[in-house]
Ligand binder design. Structure first.
Ligand code: GDP
Length: 202
């Protein structure tokens, strides 16, 4: 399940402009600063692949990376820059929602959640939106290497993960598959790649 080849293919702003070769794909999405680029780089074992999608003008695009010439990792714009009062409003970037609802080769959305901080209502809202729209989802908890800090509510990553899972039980009959990760220690990398290969059936 390892990545032997990874290449940036294209940036798109409309679902219709995404690659049309029919290869299966997995989309990474989460709050800004959740550690999405770091995870992407960790998955492909390259320090700079995700830089492509951090270039000005590309962070607001659907960025396709072809892996082993047989499937795609897709980097989507982050959410949650909005200030507190607006935080509870679902506001996917305008084309992200269309992508989720209409991209037929999308196998699963990998929703990234920062495990080093207490549960954010906005993350629960996005998770529940995906659930309500029956979009297959995997929860990826990031920054699991971080130690607890007083200013973070004094909880360990494991406790924040547990809190999140308890809270989404209100929205889901069963908790979606979930993986704990760290881009610092590479915890969870092999598990993610294995999970993706199982979802692809090869
Ligand atoms: P993005 O905005 O979601 O692409 O997030 P980045 O990958 O740029 O990471 C945001 C910040 O979190 C950076 O300062 C990273 O160094 C840090 N970070 C990302 N992943 C991890 C992780 O697994 N562990 C720790 N301790 N820090 C991380």
């Amino acid at each position: 399940a390892q990545v032997v080849q990874a290449e940036f293919v294209k940036s798109s702003v409309r679902t219709e402009d995404c690659p049309s070769d029919g290869l299966p794909e997995f989309a990474l999405v989460g709050r800004s600063n959740v550690g999405k680029s770091s995870l992407l780089n960790s998955l492909v074992r390259r320090k700079k692949l995700a830089l492509t999608s951090k270039k000005p003008g590309k962070t607001q695009c659907i960025n396709h990376f072809r892996i082993n010439d047989s499937w795609y990792l897709v980097d989507l714009p982050g959410y949650g820059y909005a200030a507190a009062p607006q935080e509870l409003r679902i506001d996917w970037h305008k084309f992200t929602k269309d992508y989720f609802l209409n991209r037929s080769t999308l196998v699963s959305v990998f929703l990234l959640i920062d495990a080093s901080i207490p549960v954010k209502p906005i993350d629960l809202e996005y998770a529940s939106w995906l659930g309500q729209n029956q979009i297959p989802m995997t929860l990826i908890f990031t920054k699991c290497d971080k130690r607890k800090k007083k200013k973070n509510g004094g909880k360990r990553p494991e406790e924040n993960v547990q809190d999140f899972q308890e809270l989404i039980r209100d929205f889901f009959q069963t908790v979606p598959p979930w993986i704990m990760t760290s881009s610092v220690t590479n915890q969870g990398r092999d598990e993610i790649l294995l999970h993706m290969s199982q979802l692809r059936n090869y």
